[in-house]
Write a protein that binds this ligand. Structure first.
Ligand SMILES: Cc1cc2nc3c(=O)[nH]c(=O)nc-3n(C[C@H](O)[C@H](O)[C@H](O)COP(=O)(O)O)c2cc1C
Length: 203
């Protein structure tokens, strides 16, 4: 009898699952794909940090996160636009490694659109008086006095618009791995001017 094929037996089935997981990662705050790790190259070597996946655009293959324009990663991306993303889903045992090139958006329509849908509580992240990473002599939030123990009004939150930046990464390579008791599976998807090249890899 012929064995029934699963979605993990076909490369296009895998690709569809990846797109689904990334889309879910954007919309579900409790999904593990909502919290990927973004890697950049800094002065001290590779620099990694957790970010929130804010948008995933197809067919453009763009991943989006938000940041404070004064953060170190912004300088790092300005120096080298090559970035990597790491997603891990502990329940599904799926690891996804993505690499591509990032662009920074502060003062354009793309950033304006993202800012418009950014909740007031998230806008607080861009309200610190000093840039993120500035040494301080006490454990403090860095927020100005008028914002301590208070959520800003919409008008007050607009003051931090200047610190808000969008990082958009167009990716051209994905390495997917799933761990399964019946046999692990791994595949790579690369895009070039001729389109998609997909191949299975030894896990
Ligand atoms: C759960 C979680 C989510 C985070 N989300 C973001 C984010 O979306 N954007 C961001 O810039 N930093 C985010 N951070 C903070 C970063 O991990 C990092 O500490 C900060 O951006 C400074 O990094 P940098 O100095 O490399 O720029 C998050 C941290 C945690 C723990």
């Amino acid at each position: 009898m012929k064995k029934k094929q699963s979605k993990w037996d076909m490369l296009d089935g895998v690709l569809m699952q990846i797109w689904k997981m990334l889309k879910r990662g954007v919309s579900h705050f409790n999904d593990p794909f909502h919290w990927p790790v973004l890697g950049t190259t800094g002065k001290r070597g590779i620099s990694l940090r957790t970010v929130i996946l804010r948008q995933f655009l197809l067919p453009e293959r763009i991943l989006v996160c938000h940041t404070d324009a004064r953060a170190d990663k912004v300088q790092e991306i300005s120096n080298s636009d090559k970035v990597s993303w790491l997603f891990y889903h502990p329940k599904r045992k799926v690891q996804l490694r993505i690499s591509g090139h990032a662009t920074l958006h502060v003062d354009d329509q793309f950033a304006d659109e993202q800012w418009a849908v950014t909740k007031i509580t998230s806008r607080l992240n861009y309200c610190t008086t000093e840039p993120p990473g500035t040494p301080i002599d006490q454990p403090l939030s860095g927020l100005p006095d008028f914002l301590l123990r208070k959520v800003p009004t919409l008008l007050e939150s607009e003051k931090s618009r200047k610190n808000f930046m969008v990082i958009a990464c167009r990716f051209d390579s994905m390495d997917w791995l799933i761990l399964r008791t019946l046999g692990n599976r791994r595949a790579r998807f690369d895009w070039d001017q001729n389109g998609l090249n997909a191949t299975w890899l030894t896990p």
